[in-house]
Structures are given as structure tokens and as C-alpha cells.
Design a protein around this ligand. Structure first.
Ligand code: 5RP
Length: 221
């Protein structure tokens, strides 16, 4: 099975986690897009969804699902999204598609976070994938210097402007021994909007596509 077939299989499996009649959170990226495709057949059971990016909002509207402003929503039952890396504690690196801040906000509001990915995203330790950091444009150089002090090699994602009007710095070579600590340290740099570590709010469930089928991993504790 190729990677896209695995992504499609987990996206289909995630439909079983959608709570009918409840507001859904929907992520961003190619795996999330397969999930939106799968949602079409149950769209009448979904009163509305909160999107983690403009691209996802457009896609949801195209299949007839109402997109809601998060400020108008008390809670989100389930958030379904992909990841760039995920470790055994279900902590993730996200933001390869640049939507990390809205993804983190929607994840924070959701009662349950279901991560969907193919097996290539599973790692023992986070950090081979460069960590995306969303930064206010005027702070770009300052934040890059601070990231070097943390041991990283920052690289400006040229030409990319996020849905929030900010820029992205991808950080290579970070030593992410304790993901929660690194998430907090980077978020404390003035000018950082947020970083792509999802350790303070990890996934609750992982659906992973493997050659042997879709496997489910529940968060421990
Ligand atoms: C976007 C993300 C995506 O979830 C992540 O990049 C995975 O993408 P894909 O499903 O295309 O592999 O965090 O900001």
C-alpha cells in the first residue's frame, strides 16, 4: 500500500470516532483532506464544524458542512487531524502545512483529539522533522537568534504567510528530550505565536495506517 492509501484508510476509520449531532473540529493537510472526503457521506449528521485553516474551511463548505466561528461554539466534541511526527506518548510535531496555531487552538477546545496518520509518522523521539514556529513578522530575526541559543538551526520558510498573517521558521536539529519543556521554552520567546510541538495537549487516540491495517493506540493514563 502506498502512503496515500494508508492516509485514506485512517481517514475512513476516523469516521467511527465522529460524534453524530455534535460540533466537530477538522484539521489541515492531506490526511485531513481524505477525512473531509469521507465526511461527505455523513454530512447530514454534523450540525457544524470548526476548521483549523482557511483551506479546510473551504473544503468543508464545498461538501455542504457549515463552518462555525470558534467564538460561537461552547465546545468541540472531537478534533481529527494529522501529524508530521508522533511519539509513543502521542505527543506530536505539527505545522508542516503551516496551520499550527489554529490547529493548536482547536485542539485546546476539543474534548477528544484523534490523530490520523500513516506509519511513517511514528517516531520514538520527536525532532527529526524540523519544528515549525509561527512568528510575528517583525520578530523574525530576533526569534531566530533565540532559537539558535536553544541549539536549533532555524530556517525561514520563504514566501509563506500563515492564515494569521505571520511567518514560519522551521527549526532543525533541536534536542527535544522533554517535549513539554521545549514547547513551553519556545512559546516563551517574545514574538512567537506558537510552536508545532503538541505535548501540553497531546492526542487522546492515534489511528495509524500500516500495511497490516489501521491500528488504534490509546493515550496512556
Ligand atoms: C498541517 C499539519 C498536518 O497535520 C501535518 O503537516 C500532516 O500533514 P499530512 O496529513 O499532509 O501528512 O500539521 O499544519
Amino acid at each position: 500500500m502506498d502512503q496515500n492509501a494508508l492516509k485514506k484508510a485512517v481517514a475512513e476509520a476516523a469516521i467511527a470516532h465522529v460524534e453524530r449531532g455534535e460540533i466537530l473540529g477538522v484539521g489541515t493537510g492531506s490526511t485531513a483532506n481524505y477525512f473531509i472526503d469521507a465526511l461527505e457521506r455523513i454530512r447530514h449528521d454534523i450540525p457544524g464544524a470548526v476548521a483549523s485553516s482557511k483551506a479546510t474551511a473551504e473544503r468543508l463548505e464545498r461538501i455542504g458542512i457549515e463552518v462555525l466561528d470558534l467564538n460561537m461554539v461552547d465546545y468541540i466534541s472531537v478534533y481529527v487531524d494529522g501529524a508530521d511526527e508522533i511519539n509513543p506518548a502521542l505527543e506530536m510535531i505539527k505545522g508542516g502545512g503551516g496551520a499550527l496555531t489554529r490547529e493548536k487552538v482547536v485542539a485546546a477546545v476539543a474534548k477528544k483529539f484523534v490523530c490520523i496518520c500513516d506509519a511513517s509518522k511514528q517516531v520514538d523521539r520527536l525532532g527529526r522533522f524540523p519544528l515549525p514556529v509561527e512568528v510575528i513578522p517583525m520578530a523574525r530575526s530576533y526569534v531566530a537568534r533565540e532559537l539558535v541559543k536553544l541549539g536549533g538551526s532555524p530556517s525561514y520558510r520563504d514566501g509563506v504567510v500563515t492564515d494569521n498573517g505571520n511567518v514560519i521558521i522551521d527549526v532543525w536539529n533541536l534536542n527535544i528530550a522533554v517535549p513539554r519543556q521545549m514547547e513551553e521554552r519556545i512559546n516563551n520567546i517574545t514574538g512567537v505565536v506558537t510552536n508545532g510541538l503538541f505535548a501540553l495537549r497531546p492526542a487522546d487516540v492515534l489511528l495509524v495506517g500500516t500495511a497490516e491495517g489501521v491500528k488504534t493506540v490509546q493515550a496512556k493514563g
